[in-house]
Ligand binder design. Structure first.
Ligand SMILES: C[S@@+](CC[C@H](N)C(=O)[O-])C[C@H]1O[C@@H](n2cnc3c(N)ncnc32)[C@H](O)[C@@H]1O
Ligand code: SF4
Length: 417
């Protein structure tokens, strides 16, 4: 058996509140009722970090992601205190990437400079669209003008390394509309762009009362137009929905997709930790509801060892989203499995044109990236012990919204950018 090696380690911190819950969103986020419990929550995060620190003792943390929900509802001082706690209890790398998710409608004027002073090095802004009617249909709390102002403030604050989240295949949108949104986003000179197809997620308002969205063929045509525009502007696609200028890929999300490790703190946050000495990979989940999380004792976390039979699927679910794919050496080092564990499905997918060989490993072909579910299901079939629950997870994973969460086959999707 190849040796299981500890991969790079990241830290995810979840902030579960938003000004208003968007009708399409199934993230672990809640409309804020009354005043933000900032003090209590930050103190609880610090205790959470302390409780988990021993498990990653001495391992450098290469990236931190403040995600939500809407972390920008928390003041720069609060974010700074969480970072201080992370520095106190963990070994934060000197050049760690520190991303803050921000909603253009929930950011104080001038705050970006203070977030930067507190240690934030990168911002991810939820733009979604630059069409005022589309934003209204999505239930967003901000105007296109507020997104533009936030982008200007980011540049002025020295945070030009920012991402814009855009969605396409929106209610009533046509090809021109989708392309216009990308052009408007590019005009703000972001370093990174996340481009998600709107998906109607079970349990959301949109799933109960579906708005009229473009069909799959129209959505594919929109993606094609937008991709050509992004490429012409010097952006490279490195994951199903993630585009970046040279040197501006998101290190945090790359670590998820490379089957790296991450500590998860905050309500509902998921973690993944490799324990080479025990030959185990462990998944952790925090209490999901903010009130339960606040009331729980630090360390009151659900832990599950990933069964060896599920590792090929878990690895591929992440790695095959990357346009560069993966090397067989990484597969073995990060799962502890020999290449023979996936030789048969890899051959089958090569034969169907869904996969391509690279120098050291494999990557999804253009067709494979478009039909990722068909590709992944082959690895699922290799594991006879998998239950029906996985069918649901895989369907979700194949949706175009993807990138900014690590993909995981547990009951809830984990939370990422
Ligand atoms: C946690 S949110 C980003 C930060 C902030 N909460 C905001 O919305 O401005 C993550 C991103 O996921 C995307 N997203 C959420 N639900 C989606 C869905 N149903 N389909 C496609 N993309 C979705 C949106 O682009 C959103 O910006
Ligand atoms: S999309 Fe963002 S702002 Fe809207 S509910 Fe989800 S997390 Fe909150």
């Amino acid at each position: 058996m190849p040796a299981l090696l500890a991969p790079p380690l990241s830290l995810y911190v979840h902030f579960p509140w938003c000004v208003r819950k968007c009708p399409y969103c199934d993230f672990n986020s809640y409309t804020l009722q009354g005043e933000l419990a900032a003090e209590l929550y930050v103190a609880r995060l610090a205790r959470d970090l302390e409780a988990q620190a021993a498990e990653v003792s001495g391992r450098p943390v290469v990236s931190v992601f403040f995600g939500g929900g809407t972390p920008s509802l928390f003041s720069p001082e609060s974010i700074g205190r969480v970072l201080e706690a992370a520095r106190r209890h963990l070994t934060l790398a000197a050049d760690a990437e520190v991303t803050l998710e921000a909603n253009p409608g929930a950011i104080e004027r001038g705050a970006f400079g203070e977030y930067r002073a507190a240690g934030v090095t990168r911002v991810s802004l939820g733009a979604q669209s630059f069409d005022a009617d589309a934003l209204a249909a999505l239930g967003r709390i901000h105007s296109p003008g507020e997104t533009r102002r936030a982008a200007e403030e980011l540049h002025a604050a020295g945070l030009s390394n920012f991402n814009l989240d855009l969605m396409y295949a929106l209610p009533g949108q046509d090809r021109d509309g989708a392309l216009r949104d990308v052009e408007e986003a590019l005009a703000l000179a972001p370093a990174h762009l996340s481009h998600y197809q709107l998906t109607l997620e079970p349990g959301t308002v949109f799933a109960a009362r579906p708005p009229p969205v473009p069909d799959e063929d129209d959505a594919a045509a929109m993606l094609e137009d937008c991709a050509a525009c992004l490429e012409a502007a010097g952006f490279g696609r490195y994951e199903v929905s993630a585009w970046a200028r040279a040197g501006r890929r998101c290190r945090h999300n790359l670590n998820y997709w490379s089957f790296g490790d991450y500590l998860g703190v905050g309500a509902g946050a998921h973690g993944k930790l490799t324990m080479p000495e025990r030959g185990e990979i462990v998944r952790t989940v925090q209490p999901r509801e903010p009130r339960r999380y606040l009331a729980a004792a630090p360390g009151e976390i659900t832990r599950n060892t990933v069964p060896a039979g599920e590792l090929p699927f878990e690895f591929m679910l992440n790695a095959l989203r990357l346009t560069a794919g993966f090397s067989m050496d990484d597969f073995s080092a990060r799962t502890g499995l020999a290449g023979s564990a996936v030789a048969a499905p890899l051959e089958r997918l090569l034969g169907r044109g869904l996969l391509e060989r690279t120098g050291e490993g494999y990557r999804a072909s253009e067709l494979g990236l478009r039909f990722l579910n068909d590709l992944l299901v082959v690895f699922l079939a290799e594991s006879p012990e998998k239950s029906g629950g996985f069918a649901l997870s895989i369907a979700r994973a194949g949706g175009a919204r993807d990138s900014l969460r690590p993909l995981f086959t547990g009951a809830d999707p984990p939370i990422g950018e």
